[in-house]
Design a binder for this molecule. Sequence first.
Ligand SMILES: *Cc1c(COP(=O)(O)O)cnc(C)c1O
Length: 219
Amino acid sequence: MSITKQLQSIKNSLPKNVTLVAVSKTKPISDLMEAYNAGQRIFGENKIQEMVEKHEQMPKDIQWHMIGNVQRNKVKYMASFVNLIHGVDSLKLLGEINKQAIKYHRTIDCLLQIKIAEEDTKSGMSIKEATDLLKSKAYSECGHVNIIGVMGMATFTDNQEQIQKEFKKLKSAFEQLKVINPELKTISMGMSGDYKLAIDSGSTMVRVGSSIFGNRNYN
Ligand SMILES: *Cc1c(COP(=O)(O)O)cnc(C)c1O
């Protein structure tokens, strides 16, 4: 199926309150433009340099989401345009995003990445660390970042029960953090293989790559 058809069939299957991030990492501009011409305006990338290059070449009404791990020394390259940073996992990183946002007279939306997977390879904060961050004086002094929700990645497994358990953990983390900050609204969870399960578990934002653009070739 074409990118246009895949995109439309996924969009049609999503509830109205769920936002679709088209994950376009490793894919050429021509593929992204096909999705753009089919109406997609939110794209997710996991490498800052690649996102910067694509941002330069593509229409300016696109919202760019950084979904990968963020190195602090690279925040400056995306601070002028990034729309949402999904993987914030420390106060130090948040401080750097705030500092760069000030330079561009912007406020940058962020999600706190929560560790929900049992696998050790997936990063993120514990619920306690996220709670402490939201309550901290240091965060209250970051006037140019806005934490709007949480993000998580489930274990890479076929075990649906385990994935569901992990998604429910993120939903519960969200509810706990919302007590501290009632403005939280976004739960970014679910990828090609598990987005339907994620939506059933409370996701409001799914990050779908290969089901739209086809499998990635990393060579
Ligand atoms: C690559 C990636 C996705 C999309 O994965 P697919 O399985 O291709 O849908 C989603 N979230 C993150 C953080 C990713 O790195």
